[in-house]
Design a protein around this ligand. Structure first.
Ligand SMILES: Cc1ncc(COP(=O)(O)O)c(C=O)c1O
Length: 451
């Protein structure tokens, strides 16, 4: 009788992986699977068995696996912090290495925001605004700034103090004939109204994924959106906390996704692929002036975790960041993402299910619609796996493409050729229907921000 508490107690256990090389996973039953998801949740950057990452972790292991950062200094963290902020928006010059998961980082950014307000003489700023369709983690506090239906199960035990406003999604939420500018005005109004209704003196921060990815699938913000949110937050002394756990750290083709939006948030939470997926580590990128506020206020950050700044994670992150933060790698990531989206556009934009492709770099999504879109997605994923031995992330209304950065033209062509063929063939068993929540004229090329 196995002792592992199963996440899905009614289902058989998934098959084991016995090894891997690059983007290929070797399954226990002998199958070799091409992973086009980047480890399923987009954390894999260099794929499996990367020698540079193994060496970096082993070098650190020869020194020590981990020591408590409250008592000892790890000089490697300083080098890593310098590299981490080297391409950050102006003014973001500090890194708080607080935990291992993305949720840890997001939650710490929220706690730091409260702390900075407290030490600046605004202790009543305790609430957080977030958008519908967000996902920022699975701790109680980060679930409270998330809007994933399965997490509603925990509503009775979620803490209070969280204010939801509508998502930012021109494709789905703009009214018929509403221009981008009018829609932006409405988004700004949603935020400002929530601030006024709840009292600016009570609000610490506005939290959001720079590009809503985890649930909706890589919804690129309209040009000027974040600058507008910044202006409003500045007017009411409210911080902006960006969640770049999924959409940052070079995956979007810039080290920080918000570089495209040309503004400076107060905190950026990073995690997932920042260490290539080889060891857990996450962090909050923030402003040195906040450290001064705390130095002159309560005098210490109250937060601590045993594995904060986990030494093996730091070693893996330094190696990963040295290799991804180069102009050549960032260009490659942008080119591969563009290639994925342009193949789908050229092969499927006339298909009756097509809604739109979108994304930045290797955060790419293809949205479609039919009579049972989730069923269709599952069939597509199943067929890609069983017939082509390719793992893709197709669910709900979309397929997202977040492969490791080590793909090349021939891999993209091979995967997309199989995908397009399966899409065409499987779609014959499903019926196209108009999705009334999507403005089709807008979807078909109306808005194509991104890179
Ligand atoms: C956008 C986003 N934020 C936060 C998280 C939480 O990260 P973690 O699962 O490492 O706690 C995720 C994880 O999928 C995510 O996609």
């Amino acid at each position: 009788m196995p002792s592992v508490l199963k996440k899905f107690p009614n289902d058989p256990l998934p098959v084991s992986i016995v090894g891997g090389k690059g983007i290929y996973l070797f399954l226990q039953d002998g199958t070799e699977l091409l992973d086009f998801t980047g480890g399923w949740t987009a954390h894999s950057v260099f794929g499996m068995g990367d020698q540079g990452l193994k060496d970096a972790i082993n070098r650190q292991l020869d020194i020590y696996a981990h020591l408590d950062g409250n008592v000892w200094t790890n000089p490697l963290l300083d080098e890593l912090a310098q590299l981490t902020v080297s391409q950050a928006p102006e003014g973001l010059n500090k890194v708080f290495f607080g935990g291992c998961n993305g949720s840890d980082a997001m939650e710490q950014a929220m706690k730091l925001s409260y702390h900075v307000h407290h030490d600046s003489g605004n202790p009543t700023k305790q609430k957080y605004i977030y958008r519908a369709q967000s996902f920022s983690g699975a701790t109680l506090q980060t679930m409270s700034v998330s809007d994933l239906p399965i997490l509603n199960f925990y509503n009775p035990i979620k803490p209070g103090g969280y204010i939801q406003i509508p998502e930012h999604n021109y494709l789905r939420l703009a009214h018929p004939n509403e221009t981008q500018q009018e829609y932006l005005d409405r988004c700004a109004n949603d935020l400002e109204t929530a601030i006024i209704q709840n009292g600016p003196e009570n609000i610490a921060a506005f939290c959001g994924e720079t590009m809503m990815g985890a649930l909706r699938g890589e919804v690129v913000p309209l040009p000027g959106y974040w600058k507008r949110m910044r202006e409003i937050c500045d007017n009411y002394n409210i911080h902006i906390i960006l969640d770049e756990i999924y959409c940052g750290m070079s995956r979007p083709g810039e080290v920080y996704c918000c570089t495209y939006d040309d503004f400076t948030p107060d905190f950026i939470a990073i995690g997932k692929g920042c260490a290539g997926g080889y060891a857990p580590i996450s962090a909050v990128v923030t402003k040195g002036i906040f450290e001064d506020v705390i130095a002159n206020g309560t005098g210490r950050i109250q937060l601590g975790h045993t594995f904060a700044g986990y030494a093996l994670g730091a070693a893996a992150m330094l190696e990963t960041q040295k290799r991804v933060q180069t102009p050549e790698m960032l260009l490659h990531v942008r080119k591969m993402g563009q290639k994925i989206r342009s193949i789908i556009d050229s092969e499927l934009s006339d298909h009756p299910f097509y809604v739109e492709t979108r994304g930045r770099g290797l955060n790419s999504a293809f949205e479609y619609h039919c009579d049972n879109v989730h069923g269709f997605s599952l069939s597509l994923a199943q067929s890609m796996k069983s017939k082509h031995k390719i793992l893709i992330n197709a669910k709900w209304h979309r397929t997202t493409f977040t492969p490791a950065f080590i793909i090349d033209d021939s891999i993209v062509e091979r995967v997309l050729s199989a995908y397009v063929n399966e899409f065409k063939s499987i779609s014959r068993s499903w019926s196209g229907v108009i999705d009334s929540s999507v403005n089709v004229s807008r979807a078909l090329g109306g808005v194509k921000p991104g890179a």
